[in-house]
Design a protein around this ligand. Structure first.
Ligand code: GDP
Length: 444
């Protein structure tokens, strides 16, 4: 998860202030010094840090914060607002052309995630707006780029236009656009070539494609894990192509977060989306305010709720609630719930979206081993349909069979079943408005 170190250091800097009854000028200076170091350590661009610190310090000094109530809280508020500003203030949506199709050209270095992002964005538009995009495969240099796009398109039932690797990308784009016009596609994505470094030939090709396609949006795809290099790359592409937005990929693997924090301030171009995993659904709109809140360890409930809405089937959830209420929740429902939760992403990341949890010591070293969930599933899958529906059938000999079937020790099978039964009882009590003894125990 991104920003781990930064969150911890910022919280430490601010908790130093919290402990003090009265905050002096010197305290403020010390806090600002720590915030500055925290940002530099997170690999935020030096100039960006300088401006940021000056703005926060001026604001804090200008409002008599130190004399007021709760100076620490007010400083957190200023830091939060300025971090949000630094990342661009508001989420910026994809450009849309008044006439069809809206043409979106991708650019970026090889391996940044262009092809993957084309797939993610096209799927998002298809799911959310019932869009009918066409994907043009114009990366003829990277081995397998065309096959990769073709496979993504096939899996998502989205058409891909390609002419192999022997045709000039400029020609491919021309003919692809003609096909989109003919088929009345409402969006066109052009997947272009990348190189390991920016070079003139690549830039010439991209500039020509821009002239030919007249895109409504040029999305620069940048790998967050490359830190300050990412910012330099962004500047290089932007100078030649005048991009309209940035997609920051691999934020899931970027523990520092410098690119996310600097790109907007350095290039002036908005980050529109962030990639947070390899799955086609791992693409999120970039909300500077929510990101700031996360960085400061204040959680991100809005994203959590949206994720839940996206990944949970409402009808299914209602049925499960009803079953809990009637105490008929069985192992089949349990497996469905496990699958839904797993779809939302790593459990520790989800927990951190809950306010106050980010640096909760109990969570700090929590690593929910995906294997544990797989073991639970293996035990359930070893049950007969009758046993799944009626866990009361699970006598000791049946439990031994489950252990053998799942390859897990009998104690683990027993523990899992016991926990399931307790959860079931607790849920049913909760749904019916009364507290079971277990629940009371928990509250105590
Ligand atoms: P391209 O050369 O720019 O087209 O890059 P690709 O789309 O082929 O992506 C390169 C690698 O990065 C692939 O293995 C992708 O699965 C991976 N990738 C892309 N976006 C993300 C992301 O947001 N998170 C993670 N973890 N991996 C990503």
């Amino acid at each position: 998860m991104a920003f781990e170190g930064l969150t911890e250091r910022l919280q430490k800097a601010i908790s130093g202030l919290r402990r003090k009854g009265k905050v002096t000028d010197a305290d403020l200076r010390e806090t600002m010094r720590e915030i500055r170091l925290a940002l530099l350590e997170a690999d935020v661009n030096f100039e960006v840090v300088k401006t940021f610190i000056k703005t926060v310090r001026d604001r804090a000094a200008g409002t008599n914060i130190l004399e007021g109530l709760n100076p620490a809280q007010q400083i957190v508020k200023i830091v939060d607002e300025e971090l949000t500003k630094m990342m661009g203030e508001e989420a910026v949506p994809l450009n849309k052309s008044p006439k069809v199709p809206t043409v979106i050209m991708m650019a970026g270095l090889q391996g940044a995630g262009k092809t993957t992002t084309v797939g993610k964005l096209a799927l998002k538009l298809k799911n959310e707006q019932k869009a009918r995009p066409l994907l043009i495969a114009a990366d003829i240099y990277r081995p397998a780029a065309i096959d990769q796009l073709a496979k993504l398109g096939h899996d998502m039932e989205i058409p891909v236009f390609s002419m192999g690797t022997d045709v000039n990308p400029r020609e491919i784009v021309k003919q692809g656009l003609a096909q989109a016009a003919e088929n009345k596609n409402d969006y066109v994505f052009i997947d272009t070539a990348g190189r390991l470094q920016i070079d003139e030939l690549l830039m010439d090709e991209l500039a020509d494609i821009k002239t030919i396609a007249q895109p409504d949006e040029i999305l620069l795809v940048i790998d967050a894990m490359t830190g300050q290099n990412a910012v330099q790359t962004a500047q290089g592409f932007d100078q030649r192509l005048d991009v309209s937005g940035v997609v920051l990929t691999k934020l899931d693997g970027d523990t520092r977060g410098g690119a996310a924090l600097s790109i907007r301030a350095v290039t002036g171009k908005p980050i529109k989306f962030v990639g947070q995993g390899e799955k086609m659904t791992d693409l999120d709109v970039f909300y500077p305010d929510r990101m700031s809140s996360r960085i400061l360890g204040m959680g991100d409930m809005l994203t959590l709720i949206e994720k839940a809405q996206r990944d949970f089937d409402e009808k299914q959830a209602e049925e499960q609630m009803q079953k809990m209420k009637e105490n008929t929740f069985d192992f089949n429902d349990f497996i469905e719930q496990l699958n839904q939760v797993q779809n939302m992403g790593p459990l520790e990341d989800i927990m951190k979206m809950i306010p106050g949890m980010a640096n909760n010591p109990a969570l700090k070293n929590m690593n929910v081993d995906p294997k544990d969930l797989e073991h639970i599933k293996a035990i359930v899958f070893s049950m007969t349909p009758a046993e799944r529906e009626n866990p009361d059938l699970l006598n000791p000999s049946r439990r031994r069979r489950l252990a053998a079937g799942s390859g897990r020790p009998v104690v683990e099978v027993n523990r899992m079943i016991k926990q399931f039964m307790e959860m079931k009882k607790m849920m049913s009590g909760l749904m019916n408005g009364k507290m079971s003894p277990q629940m009371q125990n928990m509250m105590n």
